[in-house]
Write a protein that binds this ligand. Sequence first.
Ligand code: BDR
Ligand code: CA
Length: 314
Amino acid sequence: RQKVIFDTDPGVDDTMALLLLRYTPGIDLIGITTAAGNGRIETTTRNALYLAERFRIEAPVAMGQGTSLDGITSEPPVSIHGKNALGDIAIPAIRHKVDGRPAHELMIDLIRAHPHEITLIATGHMTNLGLALRKAPEIASLVKNVVLMGGAFGYNGARGNITPVAEANFHGDPRAADEVCGASWPLTIVGLDVTTRTIMTDAYFADLRDRGGAAGRFLWDVTRVYMDFHKSLGLPGIYVNDASAAAFVIDPALFRTVSGAVRVVRGGISDGESAMKPDGRKFPPGDWDHRPSPAVCVDVDADGVRALFSRTIL
Ligand code: BDR
Ligand code: CA
């Protein structure tokens, strides 16, 4: 089974990704690390513990750093994910306890303990990955695969969602995002270019609710606020952001990628903006040179992602 560490800021679509991983037989979730983003770090960590407890996920849950590498605390997007970052569903008291280690330490420990076996999926601010790379750069050559949900690269018209030019996960810690995209590890980036191509409607979630048991009913409840937000944008359903990163790990054939050097802007009105220089495109020497070439997802089989998700939950 594929060993996975999931770095996440649950988060409605993070919950979808977590359940997709949880119910995929070929995935062995060995660690959950929390990032800031959809809520403050205390909130996303509480939510991760709750989800692990409710869906009987055995993996340790370790709390990440609440501020970006530059020490900034972001304001959570309460109108998108709700005040509790889980669509304002009622959350009971939790018995599950957090792992004693900071998130990046758990990541490093697990990657060292299972060299070349771990896929690292990140769907929140990239701070923990940045800290892990700074503290133990050798993990770049010890990890099997890294898959991020973040950024927007201009394919299919994708630009920003938190500002006109920046995607939220990269915007929350642009320095970490730039370091993570520039590290020499086997990296795939699943950005808004593809995640906004896959939409799930109320009818889709109603089917999960009616036929998908406890997980299906939970997904209906947890997506209501997120659905309202997307409807307020005039969309027929929700964008499938984080679950697309999980889907890539499960079935990469659903995606088409282009490789090239990626940079993330820090500061100014373009803070958090991302761009790629596709391999083979010639430009005068500049800031995209001498960087590794991650794979950036540029197209997706949206029906395939929806089918994968529903057959996994049903
Ligand atoms: C990303 O930002 C968060 O709000 C979502 O959970 C997703 O990871 C989309 O830009
Ligand atoms: Ca997320």
